[in-house]
Design a protein around this ligand. Structure first.
Ligand SMILES: Nc1ncnc2c1ncn2[C@@H]1O[C@H](COP(=O)(O)OP(=O)(O)O)[C@@H](O)[C@H]1O
Ligand SMILES: [Mg+2]
Length: 365
């Protein structure tokens, strides 16, 4: 008898400045999922947070006895309705409430890649692809991410953080980090809200721009070097792909270069670097992945510095782009795993983690 098809929910869109990128990633994933193995359900989240599909007086028993106190079970099952209104909905009344086996969150940026959706899915008891709550949250926040890496001896560039309401003069910034500097919202992606700054006028403008997107921003020294990316896959024993190089003649790899302009950047796979450097880069990628509690997948971006041929980590992306020209799927393809197979692996990893977590004791009795 044929194996029962798994119901895979692809969750995309969302309340993030990366909404549009997410739509393109989801489209590619939905197209490439093996329809012989999976029934695919598309769940689009609109910009207001609605999930669109193409549930006290008598609640304790023995309440005055610490030993025998128990929840008084009712037969009304409810689920969290994730429409941003904090609504609980009765499962019994929901005719369309079919069970989903695995969710693939194809959401980039806040509300999707930062642990919030992961927390919701965990509470809902649905296996999902990619990092869990902790890995997602610490990897998303560029400040926390860099501090954790630095703490374990993974090199990152110099930086400092400003919270909304704080300020540091251009002169002082220049003294600390030199010029140019990069100014970024701490929690975003796709280069949204990021500026490369060379003078005081640009500095003020860049601070304003970054604070539009986050209440915490990060100011980084400019790293003069080649930009590389490595795809990592796995739970306990993650594997690294070959590295690629991002080559752009723009000021940096900005939003335009990433998505709007066909000629904005060239992705060179594999990166033309020595075997020794490639091995080093892959080790740094796996080390970073582990330090940041990643699971399932992540893409690690590095700079190979001109001045000393040494790597520094730029960032990690726990839900990297999955568009047809995105690096994560392309890197695995070049490393021998085409996208359809890669999705099989990611689904297996999601189920593997779920089963492992299910075995953990949740009671001392
Ligand atoms: N400190 C830096 N020095 C040099 N270039 C940088 C630096 N930080 C970022 N960049 C450039 O800006 C791009 C986007 O920055 P990144 O930190 O990766 O943000 P995002 O999460 O939006 O992708 C990088 O891909 C790189 O081209
Ligand atoms: Mg980046």
């Amino acid at each position: 008898m044929a194996k029962k098809k798994l119901k895979i929910g692809v969750l995309f869109g969302g309340k993030s400045a990366e909404h549009e990128v997410s739509l393109q990633s989801a489209k590619n994933v939905i197209e490439m999922l093996d329809k012989k193995k999976y029934d695919v359900i598309s769940i689009g989240i609109d910009k207001s947070g609605r999930w669109l599909l193409n549930s006290t007086s008598n609640y304790l028993l023995n309440s005055d006895n610490v030993k025998f106190v128990k929840l008084n079970k009712s037969n009304k099952e409810v689920v969290l309705h994730a429409d941003n209104k904090g609504k609980l909905v009765s499962v019994n009344d929901e005719k369309s409430g079919s069970k989903i086996d695995v969710i693939i969150p194809m959401l980039h940026g806040p509300f999707g890649e930062d642990g919030s959706v992961q927390g919701l899915l965990k509470l809902a008891g649905i296996p999902f692809v990619g990092a869990g709550v902790l890995g997602s949250a610490v990897s998303m926040d560029k400040d926390v991410m860099k501090r954790l890496l630095r703490d374990t001896g993974v090199s990152v560039g110099k930086f400092f953080v400003l919270n909304m309401g704080e300020n540091l003069s251009f002169k002082e910034t220049k003294k600390r980090l030199g010029m140019p500097v990069f100014i970024k919202p701490a929690n975003l992606g796709s280069s949204v809200g990021i500026s490369k700054v060379k003078n005081e006028k640009e500095y003020k403008k860049a601070l304003k721009e970054a604070f539009k997107y986050d209440s915490k921003i990060i100011v980084e020294e400019f790293i003069d070097g080649r930009e590389l990316a490595i795809a990592v896959l796995g739970n306990e024993s993650p594997q690294a792909s070959i590295p690629c190089e991002i080559i752009t003649d723009r000021e940096f790899y900005d939003y335009e270069a990433k998505y709007s302009n066909e000629h904005g950047a060239l992705i060179d796979i594999p990166a033309k670097i020595s075997k020794t450097l490639s091995k080093k880069a892959r080790k740094i990628a796996v080390d970073s992945y582990k330090v940041l509690a990643c699971e399932g997948m992540a893409r690690v971006d590095l700079f190979l510095q001109k001045k000393n041929n040494k790597f520094v980590v730029c960032e990690i992306n726990t839900i990297p782009g999955f568009t047809s020209h995105s690096m994560y799927p392309k890197l695995w393809e070049a490393s021998g795993i085409p996208l359809t197979k890669l999705l099989d692996k990611l689904i297996d990893l999601a189920l593997e983690r779920f089963e492992k977590e299910k075995k953990l004791k949740t009671s001392v009795k």
